[in-house]
Design a protein around this ligand. Structure first.
Ligand code: GLC
Length: 628
């Protein structure tokens, strides 16, 4: 040691940080109607990972002849700054080239689309002069709120001297950090909202642009690379020496796409959250210039191209592996889990508002509309359960081979779990957790249901029904801490088989029926959207009583959420930020519009059965707003 303290080393490292990346952030130009059409616009370059060869697989339009020849001259270990800023040919080619299916979308005439946004879209689209202004505080903050702000600011991480996100948890008592010292995309959303509503927009802008830079980074799991457009689950800022002599250091962003995560699951929700946050940011700031940048527009398109690409699917829902969202461990949510579908729907609605309409994007926009239509019908019709529907399933005939089967997914009535028979209230209902051939997952998942309300994936009547079920089942879903991540817990053999005997997800703990205070902000959002703020107020009061005393835990355990979770972190950032966001939303309910979408009746008109003579029995009418 040369006598330098760790603090001294850190300061030396910070001083040695190269400012180049900051410069790059402000250098990308816009994708306005003309620039998007392939002029020589410098694109925000993807920076290579320090431990990976910088010239591996790249986006097609990033591989310019210049950069390739540079690669051969300088070798794979050349530092990132030696990469010339690539000149894109036509950025749209990266997307449409991968997606010939956009030209043969399912029902080409089902929309009067011709790529024009609907009137509703135009009204709600991001307009600089219509930006939703953050509201000034109208009262003095409580001590709990002041503490929350202090903790939230403590969680902020900087890159090249600028704030770029918040760590997942800053628990001084926890020796095993795992990846809680990273900035998770999904965890940052409530932090971002709290900052946005307070008028502190810079951190969100930086986060959006830096995570965009990480999209499609070189990452592999045992020699296999994830798909283009994938957003990481999290990232960490590392300080690495510039050379072997340790004379200078640079900061690098190191993303995790799931290749280091427990279980090695790719985060399907990250890109969807990124799009949702981008819209919220643009709506509140009116920063149209950011939205129109080539890299931002391309980023949206790449995420969508990954989600909309053809596969073996028969359903409009996204097919994903277990643990690919907030529940990032094995919990039997593989297939078509509601959470992903609700976020997918929301991200499609947000993208439709944000995509610059031009020749390059019109097919994509048409595909988005077709998917939105099919997806909302599918979820409203097949995921919805209430007393009446469960009784119908109870009397289902099975093994129906025909186009017009009532029991399309061949659900055996024996699948109705015994808890549900008594639990389902007379009034209200909810969207089930998952639907697969011969399988309905009847568990109630909070995030999916709440986000389905916020995004108008449900009908207004269904949305009311979900809130009335939560009210009716308050002691099960809220009790001592809002909100159960899912209900009920899996126990005994079911727990053993489905979780693989996961000791963290034991019954009524963590993801298996634990209570997650971060879900409070999504609950508040849904309540505001449905004109029921009093319900949110009630839940916030429950949380406020305990959160600070309990050191802002990540989750609570037991059937009624009485205990701080077994292995729960303290000072979990999205608990803190979720609380602040809920409070701020309640005080400024008009700000909810930066996150919500209104019912779009035109989507329901684009029905397959109207266009195809073969599909004679379509119950799409049931999905119309007047139905339940
Ligand atoms: C846990 C949660 C996940 C969250 C992460 C960081 O793994 O399941 O949703 O993003 O912790 O807080």
């Amino acid at each position: 040691m040369n006598g330098q303290t760790p603090m001294g080393l850190a300061a030396a490292a910070a001083a040695a940080v190269r400012p180049c990346r900051r410069r790059l952030l402000s250098s990308a130009s816009t994708a306005g109607s003309k620039t998007a059409a392939g002029t020589a616009t410098p694109l925000f370059p993807r920076l290579p990972h320090p431990h990976h060869p910088p010239y591996g697989r790249r986006l097609p339009f990033l591989v310019s002849a210049a950069s390739q020849s540079q690669a051969s001259q300088t070798g794979p270990d050349a530092p990132p700054t030696h990469i010339p800023v690539p000149i894109p040919s036509d950025p749209r080619a990266a997307v449409s080239g991968n997606l010939p299916f956009f030209d043969r979308v399912l029902f080409p005439d089902s929309f009067p689309l011709d790529t024009r946004p609907t009137k509703e879209d135009e009204d709600s689209s991001v307009q600089a002069d219509e930006a939703v202004a953050p509201a000034p505080p109208v009262r003095e903050e409580t001590e709990t709120e002041r503490e929350a702000w202090r903790l939230l600011r403590r969680a902020v991480v900087s890159y090249c001297g600028e704030p770029v996100g918040t760590v997942a948890a800053e628990d001084p008592e926890c020796t095993e950090t795992l990846n809680y010292d990273q900035v998770f995309i999904r965890d940052f959303v409530p932090s971002a909202l709290a900052f946005l509503m307070r008028g502190e927009t810079e951190i969100v802008r930086n986060f959006l642009l830096h995570t965009l830079q990480l999209q499609s980074w070189e990452k592999t799991v045992d020699c296999y690379s994830p798909g283009q457009g994938l957003m990481p689950a999290s990232f960490k800022i590392r300080t690495v020496p510039l050379d072997e002599n340790n004379e200078g250091f640079e900061e690098v962003l190191d993303p995790d796409f799931g290749e280091a995560a427990i279980g090695r699951v790719a985060p399907v929700d990250s890109g969807l959250w990124w799009i949702i946050l981008l819209r919220a940011y643009c709506k509140i700031t009116g920063d149209n210039a950011l939205l129109e940048r080539v890299d931002v527009q391309t980023g949206i398109q790449l995420i969508l191209s990954l989600c909309l690409s053809d596969g073996f699917d028969m359903f409009p829902t996204l097919l994903v592996t277990d643990g690919s969202c907030m529940i990032d461990r094995r919990m039997g949510i593989h297939g078509h889990p509601l959470e992903i579908q609700a976020l997918f729907y929301s991200a499609l609605r947000c993208s439709r508002e944000m995509l610059v309409v031009n020749d390059g994007s019109k097919n994509l926009i048409r595909a988005i509309n077709n998917r939105l239509s099919a997806l909302s019908f599918h979820i409203r019709e097949y995921y919805w359960v209430d007393m009446k529907k469960i009784n119908e399933i109870y009397r289902y005939k099975t093994e129906e081979y025909s186009h017009d089967a009532t029991n399309k997914f061949n659900i055996y009535p024996e699948q109705i779990p015994s808890w549900l028979v008594d639990w389902i209230p007379e009034k209200g209902g909810y969207l089930i957790g998952n639907l697969q051939p011969a399988h309905m997952d009847f568990r109630f998942f909070s995030l999916g249901n709440l986000w389905a309300i916020a995004s108008s994936l449900t009908t207004p009547k269904q949305a009311e029904g979900i809130l009335s079920l939560i009210e009716e089942k308050w002691d099960d879903l809220v009790a001592n801490m809002p909100l159960k991540i899912c209900y009920p817990a899996m126990e005994d053999d079911e727990w053993r088989i489905i979780t693989g005997s996961d000791p963290k997800n034991t019954p009524w703990s963590y993801h298996n029926g634990g209570s997650w205070p971060t879900l409070l902000w999504q609950f508040t959002l849904a309540c505001i959207k449905m004109g029921r703020p009093e319900l949110a107020r009630r839940a916030i009061a429950v949380a406020e009583e305990r959160l600070s005393d309990d050191k802002w835990p990540e989750y609570y355990d037991t059937r009624s959420g009485r205990f701080i979770g077994k292995q729960s972190r303290s000072y979990q950032t999205w608990t803190i930020a979720g609380f602040l966001t809920s409070k701020m939303l309640l005080e400024n309910p008009e700000l909810a519009s930066i996150l919500t979408c209104d019912e779009d009746l035109e989507l329901l008109e684009g029905c397959a059965c109207c266009l195809s003579k073969k599909r004679t029995r379509c119950s799409r009418r049931a999905a119309m707003p007047h139905a339940g």
